[in-house]
Ligand binder design. Structure first.
Ligand code: ADP
Length: 475
């Protein structure tokens, strides 16, 4: 069997590419987020610390401005990178007295004074041109100010080098991400690729392939499903071969008979009316057999195709049943078959009359085919005493059906091998048609059988009262 290759929709992406893309995106996002957050935290924390320290130093110098020790203290602070001095309101350096050159004011003293008077506070701290400055008014030789400055270059430099480290780490993380996502996607897709190449083999008609993948549960489920699809396809292929063999065999026999009897009429019995009629009857019977066979094959696809089209209607099942039994009169007259009936009168049911006719016909036909030496078929239609239903039963006295076959016989094309002598045609489709129709009606049905004693096929019809006859519509 060959399957057509499906046309690929235009924009298909491989799992590998998609996985790597999303992994990368996630990694980059996380790295950027972590970097920005860390950078901000580090910078802000360092600045906060510097602010705290600067104002502590400023306050300390202001407090000891008149002490002898103040100059030594200021020098100590300077060694630590904090540039402290006391300035007069004109900007002259009052303390430390000896090294005014080291005063590193990025702005004039006026700026400090303005800021102090703008704030209305005794001290200010501010950042300008990468310098943090603390200033407060102090009483030292008249109006003067303690000014302490600290360069933020160190903090900014540290933050920048942190950023550089982060970029290096980021690149490493991205490389690792690519490797990991590639490995994962390879692992995931290798199973799929295996399944796909097995499927290609399968599509080329190799039904012995095995879809195997035990690594991931989802793929294992898919493999199981594909394996059962393989079995089903194989089975249906086998069935097709079998039915072709069966049908052609069944077609051949009547055709051979028709040809033989037609030749016989031409060469031998043409002038003998009695013999000729007998031979013509054989031809007619065989032609009927052929018609029945073809109908059966056609019917099975018809009932399957019209699953939802059950045309429910209320009808007299008793009369309907008698009508079908009468069709078998010719078998009673010509071949000695006996139909023993026990049918309740005036039973009404609601169903698709035409389809139920086919069910009954098939069951009666089978009973005739498979009944025993006594050629007797028992047909009954009995009301249930307890429920609103009526049971139709067809019983024969044949070989019976083995337990293992009781389920299989309802399947399409299934025929129990041993049974072959029969007056009616057989295709292995009859019971399948019965099953599909009754399942569509949701009627209960089944078979009871005892080996050597015969089989009894039954169907439970809903019992409806005569008054609502024809009031039912299409379901
Ligand atoms: P077929 O056309 O071969 O009769 P069916 O679908 O009607 O096909 O039946 C399937 C198989 O079930 C038959 O081949 C036969 O072996 C078995 N079967 C059906 N009816 C009876 C019966 N009344 N007694 C014994 N076997 C039966």
């Amino acid at each position: 069997m060959k399957f057509k290759k499906s046309v690929k929709p235009k924009k298909l992406h491989s799992i590998n590419a998609v996985l790597i893309k999303y992994f990368l995106l996630l990694a980059v996002l996380l790295i950027v987020l972590v970097e920005v957050v860390c950078y901000l935290i580090v910078r802000n924390t360092a600045e906060d610390k510097a602010r705290e320290r600067l104002s502590l130093i400023g306050r300390n110098v202001a407090a000891m401005v008149n002490d002898d020790d103040v100059e030594r203290q200021i020098r100590e602070y300077r060694l630590d990178g904090i540039n402290v001095c006391v300035l007069s309101s004109e900007g002259a350096v009052l303390l430390p007295g000896d090294d005014s050159a080291e005063v590193n004011l990025k702005y004039g003293i006026e700026d400090v004074i303005t800021r102090l008077s703008d704030k209305g506070k005794s001290s200010v701290i501010f950042i300008q041109d990468h310098y943090m400055t603390y200033a407060s008014a102090v009483e030292y030789e008249g109006e003067s100010y303690v000014v302490a400055t600290y360069s933020l270059a160190v903090i900014n430099g540290a933050a920048r080098s942190l950023l550089t480290y982060f970029i290096i780490v980021g690149v490493v993380v991205i490389l690792i991400t690519i490797m990991v996502s590639y490995t994962i996607s390879q692992k995931l897709t290798s199973g799929l690729k295996n399944l796909s190449s097995t499927a290609v083999q399968f599509s080329k008609g190799d039904f012995d392939v095995n879809f195997a993948n035990a690594e991931y549960s989802e793929l294992a489920d898919l493999s199981d499903t594909l394996n059962s699809v393989r079995d089903e396809v194989k089975k249906s292929g086998d069935l097709q071969h079998e039915i072709i063999a069966n049908v052609s065999h069944d077609l051949k026999t009547p055709l051979t008979m028709i040809k033989a009897y037609a030749s016989m009429i031409r060469e031998i019995s043409g002038d003998n009316p009695e013999k000729r009629d007998k031979h013509l009857q054989v031809i007619i019977d065989e032609a009927d057999r052929l018609t029945g066979l073809v109908n059966d094959v056609l019917n099975v696809s018809k009932v399957t195709a019209t699953l939802d089209e059950i045309k429910f209607k209320v009808f007299n099942l008793t009369d309907f049943l008698y009508g079908i039994i009468n069709k078998f009169d010719y078998l009673q007259e010509t071949q000695g078959y006996k139909f023993m009936v026990d049918i309740d009168s005036n039973i009404y049911t609601r169903a698709d009359e035409e389809k139920i006719g086919q069910v009954i016909y098939n069951l009666l036909g089978n009973a005739v085919n498979y009944t025993g030496e006594d050629k007797t078929v028992y047909v009954s239609l009995k009301k249930s005493l307890t429920e609103e239903r009526v049971r139709f039963t067809v019983k024969d006295t044949g070989k019976g059906i083995q337990e293992k076959d009781k389920v299989e016989i309802w399947n399409r094309y299934y025929r129990v091998k041993e049974n072959h002598s029969r007056p009616l045609k057989g295709t292995g489709l009859g019971l399948n048609i019965v099953k599909i129709i009754l399942e569509n009606h949701t009627f209960d049905f089944g078979v009871d059988s005892e080996i050597g004693k015969g089989s009894s096929f039954w169907v439970d019809f809903p019992l409806v009262s005569e008054e609502i006859e024809n009031s039912g519509g299409t379901a």
